[in-house]
Design a protein around this ligand. Sequence first.
Ligand code: ZN
Length: 254
Amino acid sequence: MNELSYWLLRCENRLLASIDNTGGNILPCGQASDFDSPKDALLVGEWQGLPCYTVDIDRLPENISGELMSLRSLLNVAGTEAISLIVRATMLLDWRKNHRYCGKCSTPTIIRSGESSMECPSCGLVAYPRISPVVMVLVGRGDELLLARSPRFKPGVFSALAGFVEAGETLEQCAKREVREEVGIEISNLRYFGSQPWPFPDSLMVGFFADYAGGIITPDPSEIEAAAWYSRSALPLLPEPVTLARQLIDAACV
Ligand SMILES: [Zn+2]
């Protein structure tokens, strides 16, 4: 770890970013000693030919320049490759923080060397990073798209419908159930679009297009505060370009 590396340092849930003039170098680079040799650093992967480590720290090392940014802000300015590392680092840090004890026998867990897993030294239970699949569906009806907003969204923003996959459910079953539950609409002709790891907190977003197949929009008030059909040429405020939701909507408007 004393070799030159990139570092994703998380301090009070914000990440240290170091952006050069070209906007290319978004992660601080240096030896472990430059960052007070943090304990428990995790290897995230490789970036620009160098290893990349991540670690939670209580306070920033002295003489380190950069800006502490929220995860969302950082994702909005990072390039595709950096986003992948940032998301992975965040998921690994959260996973380690949340699996310090065995869920079966409460013994403190240890990290298995060589792979991303935590093992209980007493009963042998192994915990892998948690990944929670979320199905996202953009429903089309002729020129129109069905967009909705959750009370959690920024003011004015509308998006595709989304929901967590339940135990024992296929992605296709989840898509139909979520759309029916959230807005009372039936869908058909589900087409896969793409996927995106999303660290709020441990999701894997899986995006689909679908066709309207019946029903009248009836929002479930516990999840949806507004939903409507929008012409592709007159869309409301949309999620940030970095999100799969936005990429899904943009792809439907090409
Ligand atoms: Zn155990």
